[in-house]
Design a protein around this ligand. Structure first.
Ligand code: GTP
Ligand code: MG
Ligand code: ZN
Length: 380
């Protein structure tokens, strides 16, 4: 320990919340020099940093250097649902007041977004600042590769590294059968680790613990997939409530109802989320491309650069289907997700356009009214 450095610090600095005091506590939650630098302007305003560990109805729990603060989110709940504060965000919180308000949050490094429903296309942010997107797929029900591909597209699009965890592996006691299931999922997930785990038997949990020990991870998947059970296994204690589901159709009640951020004993941060019945794509063209990277690589060898892989001569994609190296299901799924993505983007654009038009009409109506009032005034 250097006496020189400790004596050089002014005694007056202790009255100002020094960056290193909160950095020490918050580093377990992922705080780093980058966040510190981004936060400087808020620190100057007397605000303190904290990570959002839960959001519900107008309030959120933020972990700060002084512990968990319940704060009001009125200032960070704008009309645009993608800009609403979310679990995983780094918040700038007031130090005084009842209630204390979150005044802002730092620009997100990554964000997992889905569209909420097909009827009203609206984006919903599920987790912010995540490094690993863990897709939990239960082996208790038949594999739905299309749904895995859809989750993966959103995961790639989020900026996080996806990982597929095949849960409840103890329900497939035959190792050969299990390896076939893993292979099936691997064909739907190029560049993604596919890991069978059993929270009850413990298989694979240590491998998963190593992955999630760095950075922030989010558990995503259908209700009853075993996300919270896995979270508890990683935590080493029963923190999240778990409830039996009807495994035949996976349509149990939603046990987890809020997104919760938890610090893991072996390092790393985990966000457990409520089950999702389905995930709609949300402007995820690049993500779709990454899920089907082998098709996009093949397409580079098609004779025509705008080949639609339908019946064109010299089509490398169709040739791969012909020789059996590319399953037809993959091409069909690729087409389906690209089409769905285009529909969502077009719908969103259309809505934006109509909002702009409405705004313009309102403004021009106000302008005309003002002009008429002026003219009326002149004529009188
Ligand atoms: N056999 C077996 N059952 C498991 C395993 N993991 C979870 N389960 C069971 O699956 C059911 C659902 O588990 P949860 O962890 O609550 O599922 P969840 O994904 O968190 O569900 P939601 O919170 O509703 O999204 C419970 O009955 C668990 O006991 C496992 O590894 N093996
Ligand atoms: Mg749960
Ligand atoms: Zn082609």
């Amino acid at each position: 320990m250097s006496l020189a450095s400790s004596s050089s610090s002014s005694p007056f600095t202790s009255s100002v919340p020094s960056s290193s005091s909160h950095a020490h506590v918050l580093s377990a939650y992922g705080w780093d020099g980058g966040w510190e630098a981004e936060f400087a302007a808020y620190a100057d305003q007397g605000l303190v940093p904290g990570r959002v560990v839960r959001v519900d109805r107008g309030q959120c729990d933020v972990v700060t250097a002084d512990g968990v603060v319940r704060a009001d989110t009125a200032f960070v709940t704008p009309h645009d649902p993608l800009r609403v504060i979310c679990t995983g965000d780094w918040a700038a919180v007031e130090t005084v007041g009842t209630p204390r308000y979150v005044r802002a949050y730092l620009p997100r490094r990554t964000a997992f977004v889905r569209s909420t429903s097909s009827t009203r296309s609206e984006g919903q942010i599920l987790a912010a600042n995540v490094d690993h997107a863990i897709i939990a797929v239960p082996l208790a029900v038949e594999l739905d590769l299309g749904r895995i591909e859809r989750f993966l597209a959103l995961a790639w699009e989020s900026g996080a590294q996806p990982l597929v965890v095949l849960t409840k592996a103890d329900l497939v006691p035959d190792p050969v059968g299990l390896s076939y299931l893993v292979q099936d999922v691997e064909t739907a997930a190029p560049g993604v680790q596919v890991l069978p785990v059993s929270a009850t038997g413990g298989e694979g949990v240590d491998v998963l613990a190593a992955v999630v020990s760095g950075g922030t991870s989010v558990l995503l998947g259908t209700s009853g997939a075993g996300k919270s059970t896995l979270a508890n296994a990683l935590l080493g204690e029963e923190v999240m409530a778990v409830q039996a589901t009807r495994d035949v159709d996976g349509k149990g009640r939603h046990t987890t109802t809020t997104r919760n951020l938890l610090v893991l004993p072996g390092g790393g941060v985990l966000i457990d989320t409520p089950g999702l019945r389905g995930v709609g794509l949300w402007d995820a063209e690049a993500g779709v491309g990454q899920v089907f990277s082998e098709i996009e690589a093949l397409a580079e060898d098609c004779r025509f650069h705008d080949c639609a892989h339908l019946a064109e001569p010299g089509c490398a994609v169709l040739a791969a289907i012909e020789d059996g190296s590319l399953p037809q299901r993959r091409l069909d799924s690729y087409r389906k997700l690209l089409r769905e993505n285009q529909r969502i983007v077009a719908k969103t654009d259309a809505r934006l356009r109509s909002e702009i038009l409405k705004d313009w009409k309102r403004k021009s109506a106000a302008g005309r009214a003002a002009l008429e009032a002026k003219r009326g005034g002149r004529n009188r």
